[in-house]
Design a protein around this ligand. Sequence first.
Ligand SMILES: [Zn+2]
Length: 380
Amino acid sequence: MSHETLPLEFFQQLPKSDLHVHLDGSMRLSTILDLAAEQGVELPSRDPEELRKAMNLGQNCGSLVEYLKAFDVTLKVLQTEEALHRVAYELAEDASREKVRYMEVRYAPMLHTRRGLRLTSVVEAVLGGLRAGREAFGIEANLILCGIRNISPDSSLEMAELCVAYKGRGVVAFDLAGAEYDHPAKHHRAAFQLVRDNNINCTIHAGEAYGPESIAQALHVCGAHRIGHGCRLREDGDLLHYVNDHRIPLEVCPSSNVQTGAVKDLARHPLKLYLDLGLRVTVNTDNRLVTDTTVSRELWLCHLKMGMPLDDVKTIVMAGFKSTFLPFHVKQSMLREVNADLARFHADGTIDPAPLALQTPKPVSSTRGTAVSAKPHAEA
Ligand SMILES: [Zn+2]
């Protein structure tokens, strides 16, 4: 590891993407308390610090199943359109504050129908929140809809149908999340078939709480275009080379991987190995609240705990923008901008001033007015 380490603040200024971020795991703690009070919902505690402890925020949970328990709390307050709109908007605000330019936010709409919301309303409320976030903060975002491994394949198929209905309207992909052990992706193959028949992208959480067989199944049976986590890919060299040769992106979430027990600690995370072997690795938050993190913090930890020099971090940032589910020409122009922006950042910790074009918020597409209090973009 080098003697000089760059501070977190340096990473906060880098342009970034977040391709693996769960809406229901990335809300603000204060918003949970607010919404619970508004809706008369019971929480494990009304005290922020106690609630933080009860939800294991940022704590090692030992397993993915334990980690997922925090979502029992967040989902309780996310059963109305107003709540969904609000958390999507706030996520866009939080991400834009740390210079995330583009985000693919994921969640499972069927988990938000307990109070009778229709699936279409669940999707539109979140799209509306992200649109308002774009208008207020200039951050681009799209949605990925998830099926859940430990819920029925029929439900996954219904989510796949929802992806088809909202293709080209803000939904860019289908994902399979949830308990990986004992719940193979192939049970949900009908959902993947429908999505692929409609030329829609898919990504799958795999190799997190199960071995490389799960990654092979995601790729070869379900046709995944990206892999969520992929921690255990290193156990199968042949598959690893296949993933590398086909430039299949891995959506790595380092701190989350430690929290769920997928890797022992950051120093032993396979990310650096994957990068050195040439794999297309991206770094993401997974859950801003549950993992208590940001993209900047994850990149900083790569630098600090895995010994990555700035050039490695820049490679990862570029890999993120290369791996988006955006149309090719949109992706190309975003990549050109990001590449130029990254050249301002130097390994000695200095940052050249941004050209004027980057200092002003992007002109926003003039869509309808929004219901939220869209504050003017604060100059950094
Ligand atoms: Zn995830």
